[in-house]
Design a protein around this ligand. Structure first.
Ligand code: PLP
Length: 446
């Protein structure tokens, strides 16, 4: 649908792209070189952007320096993975110690027990922990544990939620068009080529619609092993669950014998006890990633001992789980240093700064058809006239406007996703935040 407000900026795309090209000649060259060997010019789809990706040389604190030598205010910190910012001295020291001690061994070091204890000390639901090398692997493992525990096959997920790149959750992530089915009974839509099929494996549910979810589980619940939910739905636009929604899911899972999995790979940063602590709802399993590795590849499944027991020797449906780099000491040490630094007081300050940014952005966008969403240290600007509460309402957002706005902000020195997701770190300078808000104000008020 055409909208005069959005059209004004979108009409400037060529001019803004030209400016970006002039500012980033080395990135442009590296992008051309990448295209000769990396299909699509990238080996990580999420970092691509038009007209070419930004290539980064280094990061320190709340800023990165790109390969063209520009210092940029980073407002996404590798997809929320670095809440202390870049090269935090405590994390650097902890990780470096293990580089000189041999990096990784065909043996445990004890650090995995320490990091597991640190997680268990924060998450009431984390009686047992298993580490993986990515959030995707954590979700895979959680589903496998749930399937082994229940003897059922189906994984339920919400329409519009991203849980990593594993096949059984690559359904209805950014679904659009006729194939989506009715809002109250979404049909699985493949988010990638190469999937073997959803039948008998995947059930898609409508986020923030507890009644419709209850009806779908009434029909299919006894086949469902795991229900996966993000306590803040990132891809939908950092959408928060309605009051009572997570508790409602808890009740439904209890009723149908389903393993409730909170995917806290992003939301863990929202509180000392994660989003589950803030909501007062205890899942059976939690998937973690990003910040618990202190900037190194990581994932974890944490949860009730009785369910995690599926990974123990002697379990009748034993889940086998290995991995050459699983629980490697560099990651474990960096993750532990990060968690130690994220005390309740530090998280409170970070979240208060997030509140300040969202309030200032709302003011900057006042009177414009823009929505500012998020919680804690997370924020997003969406080019939509109406509130975004679920996947279907998120589709009303003008993704093209967001992309051009993101590129314009990058030219001004602020690095967000192409859909204008942002987050803060403890190293983000308040003056940089103020400058960012001013840049948004200029952009949306011409
Ligand atoms: C909620 C959520 N789950 C799972 C994943 C997958 O994690 P990874 O990229 O480490 O595989 C992500 C990554 O962005 C995520 O945001």
């Amino acid at each position: 649908m055409r909208d005069a407000f959005y059209d004004v900026l979108k009409a400037r795309r060529a001019e803004i792209e030209d400016r970006y090209r002039r500012l980033t000649p080395v990135s442009a060259r590296l992008a051309r070189e990448a295209a000769d060997i990396l299909p699509g010019g990238t080996t990580r789809d999420t970092v691509a952007r038009r007209p070419h990706a930004l290539f980064v040389a280094s990061g320190a604190g709340g800023r990165v320096t790109d390969v063209d030598g520009r210092s940029l205010v980073d407002l996404w910190f590798n997809a929320t993975a670095l809440p202390l910012g870049y090269a935090d001295p405590r994390v650097v020291a902890a990780a470096s110690a293990w580089l000189s001690k041999g990096t990784v061994f065909y043996a445990p070091t004890g650090l995995e027990t320490e990091l597991a204890r640190a997680i268990a000390g924060r998450l009431p639901s984390a009686e047992r922990v298993r580490f993986t090398n990515s959030g995707t692997e954590a979700v895979m493992l959680a589903a496998r544990i749930a399937r082994a525990h229940t003897g059922r096959a189906v994984v339920a997920k919400f329409e519009g939620s991203y849980h990593g790149s594993w096949d059984d959750v690559q359904w209805s992530v950014g679904a659009q068009g006729d194939g989506m089915g009715p809002a109250s009974a979404p049909q699985p839509v493949a988010a990638t080529g190469g999937l073997a099929g959803a039948a008998g494996r995947v059930l898609v549910l409508p986020y923030n619609d507890l009644d419709a979810t209850a009806r779908l589980l009434e029909r299919h619940g006894w086949d469902v092993a795991a229900l996966l939910v993000e306590p803040i739905a990132n891809r939908m636009g950092l959408v928060q669950p309605k009051p009572g929604f997570l508790q409602g899911l808890r009740d439904l899972c209890d009723r149908h014998g389903i393993v409730l999995v909170f995917d806290e790979i992003i939301s863990f940063r929202l509180g000392y006890r994660g989003a589950q602590g803030l909501a007062g709802v205890t899942p059976d399993l939690t998937t973690l990633g990003k910040l618990i590795g202190g900037g190194f590849p990581v994932g974890a499944v944490a949860g009730r001992a009785a369910i995690m027991a599926a990974t123990e020797p002697g379990h009748p449906a034993r889940v086998v789980h290995a991995g050459t780099f699983t629980a490697n000491p560099v990651t474990m040490a960096a993750g532990k240093a990060t968690l130690e630094a994220l005390t309740p007081e530090v998280l409170d300050r970070l979240n208060a700064e997030g509140d300040r940014v969202r309030a200032a952005l709302r003011q900057a966008c006042d009177g414009r058809p823009l929505q500012v969403t998020g919680a804690g240290s997370l924020f997003k600007i969406s080019a939509a006239r109406g509130a975004i509460v679920d996947h279907r309402s998120s589709l009303a957002a003008d993704a093209e406007w967001e992309d051009v706005a993101s590129l314009a902000l990058l030219c001004d020195g602020f690095f967000l996703t192409t859909r204008l997701h942002g987050c803060l770190s403890t190293a983000t300078g308040p003056a940089d935040v103020d400058r960012f808000v001013e840049a948004v104000h200029r952009l949306v008020n011409g």
